[in-house]
Write a protein that binds this ligand. Structure first.
Ligand SMILES: NC(=O)c1ccc[n+]([C@@H]2O[C@H](COP(=O)([O-])OP(=O)(O)OC[C@H]3O[C@@H](n4cnc5c(N)ncnc54)[C@H](O)[C@@H]3O)[C@@H](O)[C@H]2O)c1
Length: 239
């Protein structure tokens, strides 16, 4: 059985990816600080390890333990992420560092920690965002982090190509998850104007994002690497 590891797999997009992988016969382990990761991993026949992706030593130990218990890693999906919003001049140093630490450094640390345990034809998918390519006021750290994820994805793709490891990204647009619902509840996001700028007029579902991830992991994408697959209902196309 193929073994996938999903960071941020306890909730939202990561959980959708865990469930979609399990439905296609993958055994799926979850690295997530949220205790709900245990239920997600149990659904997918894998392990849950409570790991903070900003801690590279903990990630190295986690991948070594998963590889020893379950075997080589056929797929790594990096979905752990946070977003702290606010005007750039008011964003605290700590908030800037936290978003860069989790979203950018956490994604890199997980890739690097997984590398020794990746199967020869393994595949990595990093969850970026449309915010890597399009500015939105109040999201300076998040946009910078996600643009970094895209650049890092391309670099790893060329560095790891000779080992047969493919590295791609998905760039979801606005997706219906606890993160977005939390921003709406906190009053930091008004969905009305947002959805008016999405040509398809609605949020993405986690299943739609997961389907794009599964395509990139699949053998049918065997010559696709260094690519960013946008799943946004036309948001970027609309400019
Ligand atoms: N929801 C959207 O509209 C949207 C759009 C584009 C991209 N994304 C990206 O998709 C990914 C998932 O977002 P979501 O909306 O599902 O969010 P979410 O908050 O619903 O889920 C994020 C998960 O990451 C975990 N996590 C956060 N920090 C962590 C850390 N330091 N170590 C380990 N785990 C950690 C959380 O516990 C949670 O389970 C993120 O990278 C996000 O930036 C989301």
């Amino acid at each position: 059985m193929r073994h996938a590891v999903v960071t941020g797999g306890a909730k939202g997009i990561g959980l959708g990816i865990v469930r979609a992988l399990a439905a296609e016969g993958w055994r799926c382990s979850v690295l997530d600080l949220d205790p709900l990761g245990a239920a997600a991993a149990a659904e997918a026949g894998g392990d849950h390890l409570s790991v903070d992706v900003t801690r590279p030593d903990d990630l190295r130990a986690a991948f070594a333990s998963l590889a020893a218990r379950i075997g080589p890693v056929d797929a790594l999906v990096n979905a752990a992420g946070i977003n702290l919003t606010g005007p750039a001049e008011e964003l605290s140093d700590e908030d800037w560092r936290r978003v860069i630490d989790v979203d950018l450094s956490g994604t890199f640390f997980a890739c690097a920690a997984a590398f020794p345990w990746l199967a020869p034809d393994a595949s990595v998918v990093n969850v970026a965002s449309v915010m890597a390519s399009r500015a939105r006021a109040g999201r300076v750290a998040y946009s910078a982090a996600k643009a970094g994820v895209v650049a890092m994805t391309r670099t790893l793709a060329i560095e790891w190509a000779d080992r047969g490891v493919r590295v791609n990204a998905v760039a979801p647009g606005w997706t219906d998850t606890p993160l977005i619902r939390g921003q709406v509840a906190a009053g930091t996001l008004d969905l009305g104007p947002v959805l008016r700028r999405v040509p398809m007029g609605r949020l993405a579902t986690v299943d739609e994002v997961a389907a794009a991830v599964l395509f990139l992991l699949d053998e049918r994408a065997s010559f696709v690497t260094g690519h960013v697959l946008v799943v946004d209902g036309g948001y970027l196309a609309a400019g």
